[in-house]
Ligand binder design. Structure first.
Ligand code: 5GP
Ligand code: ZN
Length: 121
């Protein structure tokens, strides 16, 4: 189903709507998470808001709780996907923002990478 801010030019909006298949990791009213198609580590998934925010500067102060929830979900979903907890385990959270930041898909997303090293990226 298309969400309120669905953008027909955005592949991640299409993934949320189920128009492009993905390996879903998590979904609730506001957030969707799925495995990256080109993983840079043994575990690599993306956490995205359902709201089509192209990049960090698209977020307004009213979006702060949403961004906070995405961060708070990261460790829970990382463990669910097989990352080891605590200091010995862990994971990397990354946002590529804008062309100089290496952003390719303009729907804000947190990369979560983990699992045993070495990693590809
Ligand atoms: P960015 O460079 O914008 O931070 O990252 C975009 C990420 O989305 C890349 O890691 C890329 O592999 C992933 N990606 C791009 N298209 C698709 C897709 O259709 N399905 C999935 N699952 N991941 C995608
Ligand atoms: Zn989008």
């Amino acid at each position: 189903m298309k969400h309120a801010s669905y953008d027909s030019d955005c592949i991640f909006c299409k993934i949320i709507a189920g128009e492009i298949p993905s390996q879903k990791v998590y979904e609730d009213e506001e957030v969707f998470a799925f495995n990256d198609i080109n993983p840079g580590a043994p575990i690599h998934f993306l956490i995205i808001p359902k709201k089509h925010l192209p990049m960090l500067e698209s977020a307004q102060s009213q979006d702060a709780p949403l961004l906070g929830r995405m961060m708070e979900l990261a460790p829970r979903l990382a463990q669910k996907q097989g990352c080891r907890p605590g200091k010995e385990g862990g994971f990397r959270v990354m946002v590529n923002n804008g062309a100089d930041g290496g952003q390719e898909v303009y729907h804000l997303h947190l990369h979560v990478l983990g699992g045993p090293r070495p990693w590809k990226k």
